[in-house]
Design a protein around this ligand. Structure first.
Ligand SMILES: C[S@@+](CC[C@H](N)C(=O)[O-])C[C@H]1O[C@@H](n2cnc3c(N)ncnc32)[C@H](O)[C@@H]1O
Length: 246
């Protein structure tokens, strides 16, 4: 039976291909051999990060840096070409292998699991950048993560949080192909990249307040506290919130 789908044959082909890609990307993080490999590769990452925190590695690095102003860029990944103190999880097994082979280098300063309090670096930071990290943290740990950030800040220190925002996808042009593509993009943001939770400004403000932050504000790209740290590639899909420890 012939069905009128409002798509051209070409659009229909492209959408089906994109759907397959989405399914493939979801499976990388969820099941199958790829999911298993991702899981095994990362299985020591958190324990080793926690271990480095416990033995005081981060404090030693901070002492060596002797920076007047400490801005922690937590969950920095490749965003290391800057003057911040960049923090990440301990490398996965795959990354360690590439490091040992000389194909990769550790470019960040601290090993920091945001969900595990590092008692050695309390009240060290003037500012904290959390760009596209919180959505990777399970909801039951999100508040703990923000409370840890609060503890790492000095008095009057500030935090800038940037997260993906589904509202940015809410008004696609009224064209069937664009609307279908948009729904695939929404599914990608929710189910891929290891994302655990989606936020809007209201939900994030609630958590930030609960963690102890004051003067919480939703701000635009590059505006407000630590606005200079915003990554242009994140602008179109993100919301930005700032808060202060008073
Ligand atoms: C999407 S990347 C963001 C990279 C960069 N900040 C940016 O905006 O492009 C998310 C990063 O958060 C890190 N991450 C995930 N869970 C974390 C945790 N519990 N503690 C610290 N970092 C974490 C991941 O290792 C990953 O590099």
């Amino acid at each position: 039976m012939d069905v009128n789908l409002d798509f051209t044959t070409e659009e229909r082909k492209m959408l089906l291909e994109e759907m397959q890609l989405l399914e493939h990307n979801i499976s990388i993080y969820s099941w199958g051999l790829r999911g298993f490999k991702t899981y095994v590769s990362g299985v020591f990452t958190l324990p080793l990060t926690n271990f480095m925190q416990t033995i005081g590695y981060n404090k030693k690095v901070l002492n060596l840096k002797k920076s007047d102003i400490v801005i922690l860029n937590i969950g920095c990944r490749d965003d290391t070409d800057n003057d911040y103190i960049n923090a990440e999880l301990f490398p996965s097994l795959g990354e360690m292998w590439r490091i040992l082979m000389g194909k990769q280098k550790i470019k960040y300063d601290l090993f920091l699991n945001i969900c595990n309090e590092d008692k050695n670096i309390l009240e060290v930071a003037d500012g904290i950048i959390l760009s596209h990290v919180l959505e990777h943290i399970p909801l039951n740990l999100a508040l703990i993560a923000l409370k840890n950030c609060f503890k790492y800040l000095k008095k009057n220190g500030c935090i800038r949080i940037c997260v993906p925002y589904l509202g940015k996808y809410q008004q696609p042009p009224n064209i069937p192909y664009e609307k279908a593509k948009n729904m695939l993009a929404i599914n990608t943001v929710i189910y891929c990249y290891g994302h655990k939770v989606m936020y809007n400004a209201e939900l994030l403000k609630l958590l930030m307040a609960e963690a102890g932050f004051s003067q919480i504000e939703e701000v635009n790209f590059e505006e407000g506290l630590l606005g200079i740290s915003d990554l242009p590639e994140r602008q179109s899909e993100s919301i930005y919130l700032t808060g202060v420890k008073i």
